[in-house]
Design a protein around this ligand. Structure first.
Ligand code: PLP
Length: 399
């Protein structure tokens, strides 16, 4: 086996591995992105304005909602949307522990209480069968997260929400291009939130978007993200707000990236299908499962390992030694993070009652956390890379 040379560049929450390593993520930046940025720079109008409005229109059309509005990143999309939906201190929001911590932190930032419900071990997403038992009189909403780009069971979740008068905020930060019966995620709940972080299916470096069909929620979100201003802008302010805006300079990149989406999603699905087909012959490797009619955008491809001869960590080590980017993503689910174990130190703990997160045992989230390993699935993975990945896996799994 050929040993590959590795160069690792560390970002805020990811690693780029370059040279002969096949990286787990690789943004596509072409002449079109450079030209779009150049045009905004030359216009002299860099802050949120005309280009952002165009990006919003195009993104809403792509997702299939009436409205969309840009934000500075996925975290501010979620926090702005939660505030626009009326989340108050002490309100509970039911969500998944198997996610990037920004999802649940946005609830806690506003004084809300994240209520963790275990996942389905096959889809890696919140288990709808467990949601109703977690509802109390303080529950205000549900935040399903389409993890790794795999759609949650939105039909069941929306039914539960309607029966209990709860809002639904879809965290679609990893799920650009993911669909249920041909309909894009981010269009099922009251609100959808997307991230355009540098490694996402479509990216602007940092960036975010809120999608909704509710005009009132849109108006509130646009005001909250812009210092509490009204539509007319200027120096009249109506509520406490923030600066969660996106620069036109950034929106210009987003518009180009959006055009790339059909090809990006096609390539990701093609790679994922090749991997799924390969793993079908191995009982000890089980990929994330799509429910009928559900299609992942495959932001991340991370199967679970049940092998008795090779440990998960050994698997990752051996893939890396062969020049294949591999890692765990949420080895530590949110309820096991110090953030929640030490929640009494958070400023809202003086006013809000939190559950004892340290007493939580969510076996499926913990098990998927312990078993998954990521392999590269992005469009930059060539046919020969796929060949190398599959032959390396074959070698590792056969002994
Ligand atoms: C599931 C999920 N939620 C929220 C976020 C936050 O997005 P951002 O990093 O753009 O703030 C991310 C992205 O990293 C994410 O993956």
């Amino acid at each position: 086996m050929i040993e590959r040379v590795q160069t690792v560049i560390t970002g805020p929450h990811h690693q780029h591995v370059v040279d002969t390593m096949i990286p787990v993520a690789k943004p596509i930046i072409g002449d079109a992105e450079v030209e779009a940025v150049r045009q905004v720079l030359q216009s002299g109008m860099l802050a949120e304005g005309k280009v952002a409005r165009e990006f919003e229109k195009e993104f809403a059309e792509y997702v299939g909602t009436r409205y969309a509005t840009v934000t500075s990143n996925g975290t501010t999309a979620l926090s702005t949307a939660l505030e626009a939906l009326g989340l108050q201190p002490g309100d509970e929001v039911i969500t998944t522990p198997f996610t990037f911590i920004a999802s649940t932190n946005t609830i806690a930032m506003l004084g809300g209480v994240p209520v963790f419900v275990d996942i389905d071990p096959d889809t890696y997403n919140i288990n709808p069968d467990l949601i109703e038992a977690a509802i109390t009189e303080r529950t205000k909403g549900i935040m399903p997260v389409h993890i790794f780009g795999m759609p949650c069971d939105m039909k069941r979740i929306m039914e539960i929400a309607e029966n209990h008068d709860l809002f639904v905020i879809e965290d679609a930060c990893q799920a650009h291009g993911a669909t249920i019966d041909g309909k894009h995620v981010g269009s099922f709940g009251d609100v959808g939130c997307f991230s355009f972080y540098a490694t996402k299916n479509m990216m602007t470096g940092e960036g975010g978007m809120i999608t909704t069909n509710n005009e009132e929620v849109l108006e509130r979100a646009m005001s909250i993200k812009n210092h509490g201003r009204g539509r007319q802008g200027g120096y009249s302010h109506f509520r406490i707000g923030y600066n969660n805006r996106m620069m036109d300079l950034i929106a210009a990149i987003g518009r180009v990236q959006l055009q790339r989406m059909p090809e990006v999603v096609r390539a990701r699905r093609e790679h994922a299908e090749q991997y799924n087909k390969f793993f079908a012959d191995y009982d000890e490797v089980r990929p994330q499962v799509a429910l009928p009619g559900h299609k992942s955008g495959y932001h991340v491809y991370a199967p679970r390992l049940f092998s008795e001869s090779v440990s998960r960590d050994e698997m990752i080590e051996r893939l890396r030694a062969a020049g294949i980017g591999s890692r765990t993503v949420y080895a530590l689910p949110c309820h096991k993070q110090h953030t929640y174990l030490n929640i009494k130190e958070w400023r809202w703990a003086r006013f809000v009652e939190y559950p004892d997160y340290s007493a939580l045992h969510l076996p499926n989230a913990e098990d998927v956390g312990a078993r998954h390993f990521e392999i590269p699935v992005h469009p930059g993975v060539s046919d020969s890379d796929v060949g190398h990945i599959l032959s390396t896996l074959k070698e590792i799994l056969s002994g």
